[in-house]
Design a protein around this ligand. Sequence first.
Ligand code: FMN
Length: 352
Amino acid sequence: MDGTGLEDMPRTGSAVATYVVNAAVWAPSVHNTQPWRFASQGAEISLYADGGRQLMVADPGGREMIISCGAALFTAQLALRSLGFVPETRVLPDPADPLLIARLRWRRQAPATQPEEQLFRAITRRRTHRGGFEPVPVPFRLVEIMREDAAWHGAALRVAISDQSRAVLAAITQNADQVERLDSAFVREIASWTPPPGSMRLDGVPVSAYPAYLDLTDPNFPGRDFGRPFGWGLPLSARISPTRVTGVVCLLTTNQDGPAAWVHAGQALQRILLTATTCGVAVALHSQPVEVSWLREAIRSQLGDGSYPQLVLRLGTAIQDATSIRRPAANVLEISRRSPDHVNAVGARTRA
Ligand SMILES: Cc1cc2nc3c(=O)[nH]c(=O)nc-3n(C[C@H](O)[C@H](O)[C@H](O)COP(=O)(O)O)c2cc1C
């Protein structure tokens, strides 16, 4: 990986944990809240949701916080695979501690596969896209692979194929966006995760991550305002064509709607996003329609099979110039010194 210091082969449990968390922090999270913390002891990492970073207005049930942690979990698993470890994962292992999202152990080894290596290398390259796409079709086979990615984690990626289903989802997203814009509590919460230009903050959505202009498409899926109303954001980006399109509209769904389903939705989300990155496809995310409960219910009734919408995704081609920010591993990882540091059998191996 580039620029993250992940190239060196870690030799001890604490070094593996640092390597893994260095990668995991690059997972996507709602408003870049990075609602996670990690604790490591020997050859084990515990991933906790950080309740202090939950969006109490947009996400009072913690669903998006836990989806974000699921994305971090998949990234951590991938980082272990990149080292040739087979992660043993227990999701929500302690009913008495709902913030403990997963425990990851590594004991066995097996070389990473080429697809795993490719996904791993995409972790720091992946960026959330905001706006329209170039009028370039997304390969059908890629969408099929992404559907398999979702199914791997027990989730489903449904593609809105007909003009009517795209229009319905767009209308619901516009409605949700309007509801949130008119609610001062929502507006204040977004503002608190929108650092101003020149900010030294390492969380929230920076001005380098969204366009300073409205990038409308037909049908239109409104982006979050973040700092655009203040004139903040990136200037008009490089474009191949003056025409901007909506892209392939998808809905990520699960059969259940509790913390375990949300963790799996997050794992599926990150696998899908990284697969897209490896193929040069950009993804825009819209969670407004699942934050307003009656509109989420409206989508659910359209699905008609009892499944639960978790996130709207749009896939397409774009020249991406956005950059993002993260808190480093040192800020979110606590390494227990209670037991002697575990030395990996793999320590002497060099990466292929
Ligand atoms: C559950 C969830 C919901 C999200 N909702 C939105 C959204 O509605 N609009 C948006 O622009 N980005 C959304 N994002 C993307 C985050 O804003 C993004 O991951 C974060 O700012 C970090 O930037 P990066 O993905 O480019 O690394 C969401 C991400 C997650 C995990």
